[in-house]
Design a protein around this ligand. Structure first.
Ligand code: 5RP
Length: 255
């Protein structure tokens, strides 16, 4: 057993960007987790959420909190997050058994002033949306680069991730361009030229659809969802309660 390291005493990491991710995640956990109330915890995907799981692991090692945190059930959003839960000694659960989640933490690719998000850079957007919309409280953790300078699409230039049924991907590419005005749509590819399309945990493909700057993310989300073959979009609308943006100097902006 050892007490949770105080944020002010943390040694710097090798990379200032990692410092900014860690400070956002640690502050988000410290300020939003209520160990006596929260029992089912959603754990998202990506490189910032690593520090959320790490912080929960530290709570588990602290005798003041251990009796509560050892009973937490953590719901993952994919393979990486499942491993994060296990590696930090936390209990893994599944959303089929726990469809109501008390609090979820996840990263984002871009966040606007209204807390609308682009997510899915890691191709886990369906489970991420399932977990975040099943959560009573959804907290975003991100480094300073993720805060949108204005409209969604101004920082994240790779396009809106869209999960599609494989047999419909050509039709959806066509509709995204011809019906909804996407400038470009690419089928996300695996690591190497030979790998072929990325296949999600649900055996679907991911399209990245470039709409430039998005003035009405809610309408765009609804329009994309209405296309035959679309499973889910990476536009997360009216769901996040707060976003923590970490800066390399150790400060955090909470929106
Ligand atoms: C994965 C996601 C991630 O949360 C998003 O890509 C942010 O990742 P990171 O914390 O590495 O910047 O949506 O599908």
């Amino acid at each position: 057993m050892s007490p949770i390291p105080a944020i002010k005493d943390l040694p710097h990491l090798d990379d200032p960007l990692e410092d900014s991710k860690r400070i956002a995640a640690y502050r988000a956990v410290d300020e939003n987790l209520d160990v006596e109330v929260h029992k089912i915890i959603g754990i998202g995907s990506g490189s910032t959420v690593i520090y959320v799981a790490e912080r929960l692991g530290q709570y588990l090692q602290d005798e003041r909190f251990s009796q509560f945190v050892s009973k937490f059930i953590c719901i993952p959003t994919g393979f990486q997050s499942r491993n994060l839960i296990l590696e930090n000694g936390l209990q893994l659960g599944c959303i089929e058994q726990h469809p109501v989640i008390d609090i979820a933490f996840d990263g984002a690719d871009e966040v606007d002033v209204n807390l609308q998000l682009i997510k899915g850079g890691g191709a886990c957007l369906f489970q991420e949306k399932l977990v975040s919309t099943s959560s009573k409280v959804f907290i975003v953790v991100a480094d300073y680069r993720k805060k949108s300078s204005q409209y969604l699409g101004s920082n994240w230039k790779k396009g809106v991730p869209v999960e599609v049924v494989p047999s419909a991907y050509v039709r959806v590419c066509h509709d995204l361009k011809n019906l909804l005005g996407a400038k470009q749509v690419v089928v996300r590819q695996g690591g190497s030229a030979k790998a072929g399309p990325v296949v999600t945990d649900n055996n679907n493909f991911i399209l990245d659809a470039d709409f430039g700057e998005i003035q009405d993310p809610k309408m765009l989300h609804e329009n994309i969802k209405s296309l035959v073959g679309v499973v889910e979009t990476g536009l997360f609308i009216d769901n996040a309660e707060k976003a923590y943006f970490g800066n390399a100097d150790g400060s955090v902006e909470v929106v």
